[in-house]
Design a protein around this ligand. Structure first.
Ligand code: UDP
Length: 329
């Protein structure tokens, strides 16, 4: 029996494929390679295609004995989602609908879903618990919430059980040094800071110095991508035990400001990282910190690489070895 990983050539997807492979699972990957990288796949059988292509997906489910799905495939740029919401509804929401229909047709009853802290929007309190209000401030988060709700109704009607994992800020790279973070365009803080350390950017633009936080910059909860990968495997195990659908936050429970991240990156890289202060980026909440108590108690999830310095060091090793990211096809 195989685990189908959609978006398995992407950043978190490829680290999860690596973890599944290390565990000896049979893996089938579906990726349209619009964002993903062929070289990021360290195991399993790749099908290049799109979830919205019904005949393609039917072929994948017919050719393999799939017992569980881990669903990463989606667009995930907050800024782009605000200027082109249709793209996000089409790829993320309609793509998930096609996947769930195919699962239902082929009798596959388990799905682990790649969700996000962006489903909460501006939090009412921190740390954020899963039962807190979900009121996304951007289209990206809105589509992820719509996908979660869709899964709930497919569970009610068809018994397709799900575990939705709401990640906070993923960072870092695989300990083998073979895979890491390579987005195009890059919008995330840690890789951009490291690109500045490498001299590939003249500076890092810090978006906002007037938030109501200790040093005025936004505070986020950074979690190592391999710890996220481990959580997906624990979630598959939960579904294989026939336990009920559930939603879990995944974060370290610790907050670091943008300035603190830059200072730690300076110490790790021993390079100069010039900073330019700019206006706030729209839609950025001041503080996002997870309560991951539920994941710890119910999934037995224990982040192993929880020091931000170590997370940034693993990302730095990847950037040093692969300054241009993956080879462009
Ligand atoms: N950020 C920044 N400069 C950048 C990229 C990000 O100051 O070039 C800030 C951003 O405003 C946020 C934090 O860094 O407060 C983390 O942003 P990222 O895009 O990495 O993740 P998000 O929290 O938006 O998911």
């Amino acid at each position: 029996m195989a685990v189908l990983v959609t978006g398995g050539a992407g950043y978190i997807g490829s680290h999860t494929v690596a973890a599944l492979h290390e565990r000896g699972e049979e893996i089938v990957i579906v990726d349209n390679l619009q964002q993903g990288h062929r070289d990021a796949i360290l195991g399993g059988k790749l099908y290049v295609g799109d979830l919205r292509d019904e005949a393609f997906l039917d072929h994948v489910f017919s050719e393999n004995e799939i017992d569980s799905v881990i669903h990463f495939a989606a667009n995930s740029l907050v800024g782009e989602s605000m200027t082109n919401p249709g793209k996000y509804y089409h790829n993320n929401v309609y793509g998930t609908l096609c996947l769930l229909e195919a699962m239902n047709k082929h009798g596959v009853k388990r799905i682990v879903f790649s969700s996000t802290a962006a489903t909460y929007g501006e939090p009412e309190r921190v740390p954020i618990a899963e039962s807190d209000r979900t009121m996304p401030t951007n289209t990206y988060g809105e589509t992820k919430l719509a996908m979660e709700k869709m899964m709930k109704w497919f569970d009610t009607a068809h018994g397709i059980r799900y575990v939705s994992l709401r990640y906070f800020n993923a960072a870092g790279a695989h300990e083998s040094g073979k895979i890491g973070e390579d987005h195009s365009p890059e919008t995330h803080l840690v890789p951009i800071v490291l690109q500045a350390a490498l001299g590939q950017r003249s500076h890092i633009s810090v978006f906002g110095e007037d938030y109501s936080t200790e040093d005025g910059t936004c505070v986020r909860d950074y979690v190592h991508v391999s710890d996220l990968a481990d959580a997906h495997i624990l979630a598959v195990d939960r579904l294989r035990r026939e336990e009920a659908s559930a939603i879990y936050n995944l974060g370290s429970g610790q907050g670091f400001s943008v300035k603190q991240v830059i200072d730690i990156a300076r110490a790790v890289t021993e390079r100069d990282i010039p900073v330019v202060y700019e206006a706030r980026r729209s839609g950025d909440p001041a503080v996002l910190i997870a309560s991951s108590e539920r994941a710890r108690q119910e999934l037995g999830w224990e982040p192993k690489r929880d020091k931000l310095e170590d997370i940034i060091r693993s990302a730095w090793q990847w950037h040093l070895a692969n300054p241009q990211g993956y080879a462009k096809a």
